[in-house]
Every structure is written in C-alpha cells, then in structure tokens.
Design a protein around this ligand. Structure first.
Ligand SMILES: [Zn+2]
Length: 68
C-alpha cells in the first residue's frame, strides 16, 4: 500500500513549453531576410509557404516552407 503514490505533479510544469519554442523559431525564420541567389543581396523575404521574393531584383522563387 502507498506505492506509486505521490509522484503526480512533479513534472507537470515542465511540459507544454516545447511547442511554443518551436513556433517561435519558425516565426523567426519566416521574418528573417535571406540572401538572394540571383543578386546576392540580403533582400529575400518569404511571401507564402515555400514562395520567396527578392525585393532587390524582384525575383520570385520556390524554397522550403520556412527557409530557403
Ligand atoms: Zn535578388
């Protein structure tokens, strides 16, 4: 009797943080500017999932969803 009790709540506060951290990382990648492979200027921004646009030479190209 009594075995297996008293362990609940020990790690309760540790869970639930990982998804938020992941989202923050993805968000940072979405907002970051990348180097354009055409003009080599750091003017490339993500316009939609997998689509990137260079503000310098106006070239649109496909990349990965969250980074080139
Ligand atoms: Zn460019």
């Amino acid at each position: 009797m009594g075995k297996g009790q008293g362990t609940t709540g020990r790690f309760g506060t540790r869970y639930g943080r990982t998804p938020k951290n992941k989202l923050k990382k993805i968000e940072a990648k979405q907002k970051a500017t990348y180097t354009c492979p055409h003009c080599t200027y750091k003017k490339v921004k993500r316009v939609s999932s997998g689509i990137w646009l260079c503000n310098k030479c106006d070239v649109k190209f496909a990349g990965r969803a969250y980074e080139i």
